[in-house]
Unconditional design. Structure first.
Length: 629
């Protein structure tokens, strides 16, 4: 190819690229097309670089686009640089062909340092990223990790993030009488253990799913052992300050100790008596039932779920939740700190996370309970509760643009069965941020509904579980995904994912959290970013038919999570900083990433953690605003 042909080809590609509408360029996540185009080129092999090329590098190095014209100018500068590089390559190739042998090793190994620096300069010019503490001001040092990430079962190597995750996960295994029964919450030698040296029921769920999904050799043994050991602990007498807990309560966590006198391993369980808030975990029993169904679905081993002791354990959990009381709602009344958010965060009442898990567990138990005289009565109670619960959540917890406008116009003090404002919510109590946060397209299940109170905060766990359990209708599922896309910077940010949005601040933080120093704004449970939630988002996206959302989030995680030491959570409005008190090598951060990757690679894994829609449940009629397209 002649020099003139090369120049014409470059000019053609430049003109084509300049026709691309700059305002429609998507935010950069993971390895962008720009990175691929640069990194996929053959290494340049020139010994001398022209002054023109280096002038272009220096002129572009500090250029930051501020508007549409600046972005176009930046692209023109970059493409001019590429043009010069390609001309130089062509000239060098031409001279190279006339030589019988290379003059030095540097000319045969990719151009040496000059070529590497030139490629890096081009990458820097194309990608303008926000600075982060572990990445720096550019993507240069990040590109090799981002582009060489390997998936489970692919080419092995120490640089593989998946291999690293599996290795770390295995070091967290806990053994009882030489059998694996769970995983430690974290293995961080740099700080005190506190209660992170225990096996938490909710924390183990993503680890269990990773072991069930692992290819080519699943590891269901640890899941089965975990289910049986926690079932055994359920039968213990549970007393806190002379008060005996319900028989069906599952432990929050347990640890394995060695009895030097009896010379054997012993278990020690915590049912909430040692927790920060001294609150029993409502979600543990639900996760246990859900995981039992996942194990059965994966292995085809029905002997475990049909075992009389396992059937009894399920019934004890369900009896505890379905017992009669004073409630006029089908939702489950809970204390603050009874779930993943285990500190005071204003979720007392009827939090969406617990209601979605309750619905999920009821539907799983409905499938696994054996038919007999006693079970048939319980199954009928379950069916009635599922119907009432789905109606209540779908109608009263759902918020979109139209419903927000309706609540804004509510009348109060309505004394009749035909009242529209059934909970007597005062419109003036709607926080200002909701009006800007709510897009025309999109919606979500709000955090809590009770008399004269609606918690409008977004809680990711509750919304994702609602999708996976089919508590959310297909229309609602689509709207939730629309919201995530529309409010990506708020809900995902630079490190997925916000456990709740927005953060409590100022006087509201003082009152709601009790001035909790760990839950300051945009930290921990108060708007912190939790990588473990990646598996829930991925599963929900696959079920919604929107896997590209999950892939985009996974790419963000792969840029930093391993590099930062697999921390528990991130702080900041965008999730930019490793959490102030975050443990490193947090087990469910590791397993959450593994499950997300395994589901993206093989979407059929979704069947382990998802239920199809129950056609018998009546769907709510969703209305759309006339102003919404």
């Amino acid at each position: 190819m002649s020099m003139s042909d090369t120049s014409e080809k470059v000019q053609s590609s430049v003109s084509d690229e300049l026709q691309f509408p700059m305002d429609e360029v998507e935010p950069i996540t993971g390895t962008s097309p720009a990175v691929k185009s640069v990194s996929s080129k053959a290494p340049m092999q020139q010994s001398d670089t022209t002054d023109e090329i280096w002038r272009n590098i220096e002129n572009n190095r500090d250029f930051v686009p501020k508007n549409r014209d600046d972005r176009r100018e930046g692209l023109e500068r970059t493409t001019t640089l590429e043009s010069a590089v390609r001309v130089e390559e062509a000239a060098y190739d031409s001279s190279k062909q006339s030589q019988s042998a290379p003059e030095s090793p540097e000319e045969t190994d990719g151009g040496g340092q000059d070529g590497e620096e030139l490629i890096r300069g081009s990458v820097e010019n194309k990608l303008i990223l926000k600075p982060s503490p572990s990445v720096g001001t550019s993507l240069v040092n990040l590109v090799p990790e981002a582009t060489s990430a390997k998936s489970n079962g692919s080419e092995s190597g120490s640089s593989s993030m998946m291999d690293d995750a599996w290795g770390l996960l295995r070091t967290s295994f806990v053994y009882f009488q030489k059998k694996p029964v769970g995983t430690l919450a974290a293995v961080d030698p740099s700080t005190d253990d506190l209660n992170y040296n225990q096996v938490f029921v909710r924390d183990f769920v993503p680890t269990a799913l990773a072991c069930l999904m692992k290819v080519p050799d699943p590891e269901p043994e640890i899941v089965k052992n975990f289910l049986l050991k926690t079932l055994h602990l359920q039968g213990w007498k549970k007393t806190i300050d002379n008060f005996t807990l319900g028989e069906g309560v599952m432990p929050a966590s347990f640890k394995v100790l060695y009895d030097s006198i009896q010379k054997k391993d012993v278990l020690k369980a915590d049912f909430g008596g040692s927790a920060i808030g001294r609150v029993a975990p409502v979600d543990s029993g639900f996760w246990w039932i859900i995981l039992l169904r996942s194990y059965t679905k994966c292995t085809g081993d029905y002997t475990l779920s049909e075992d009389p002791e396992v059937q009894k354990g399920m019934k004890l959990i369900l009896d505890l939740c379905l017992s009669d009381g004073f409630d006029t709602f089908p939702t489950l009344l809970c204390a603050d700190g009874c779930s993943m958010i285990d500190r005071r965060m204003g979720i007392y009442g009827y939090p969406i996370e617990i209601q979605a898990l309750f619905f999920f567990a009821l539907r799983c138990a409905q499938q696994m309970l054996k038919e007999d005289a006693d079970s048939n009565k319980l199954i009928k109670r379950i069916e009635r509760r599922i119907t009432a619960l789905s109606y209540h959540i779908r109608n009263y917890y759902w918020l979109d643009f139209t419903q927000l406008n309706n609540i804004y116009r509510y009348k109060t003090e309505e004394y009749s069965h035909t009242a529209v404002n059934k909970f007597n919510v005062i419109p003036e109590s709607i926080p200002y941020w909701v009006f800007d946060f709510m897009p025309l397209r999109g919606g979500y299940f709000i955090g809590n509904v009770s008399p004269a109170r609606m918690d409008f905060r977004w809680f990711l766990v509750g919304n994702c579980i609602a999708i996976l359990s089919s508590l959310a209708t297909m229309a609602q599922t689509t709207a939730i995904m629309d919201l995530v896309e529309e409010r990506w910077e708020d809900l995902i940010g630079e490190m997925p994912l916000k456990i709740t949005y927005p953060a409590l601040e100022g006087y509201e933080w003082n009152i709601v959290t009790g001035c909790d120093p760990k839950n300051t704004h945009w930290s921990y449970h108060n708007g912190g970013s939790w990588p473990v939630l990646l598996w829930l988002l991925t599963a929900a996206c696959i079920k919604a038919g929107r896997p590209q959302i999950a892939k985009r989030a996974i790419e963000l995680v792969e840029q930093r999570l391993s590099k930062d030491g697999w921390p528990e959570y991130y702080d900041g409005k965008k999730g930019r900083y490793v959490g102030k008190q975050a443990r490193k090598h947090q087990t469910w951060s590791i397993s959450g990433y593994l499950v997300a990757k395994l589901m993206i690679e093989n979407p059929s894994n979704l069947a382990m953690i998802s239920l199809e829609e129950d056609k018998k449940i009546e769907k709510p009629r969703l209305t759309r605003s006339a102003s919404c397209p």
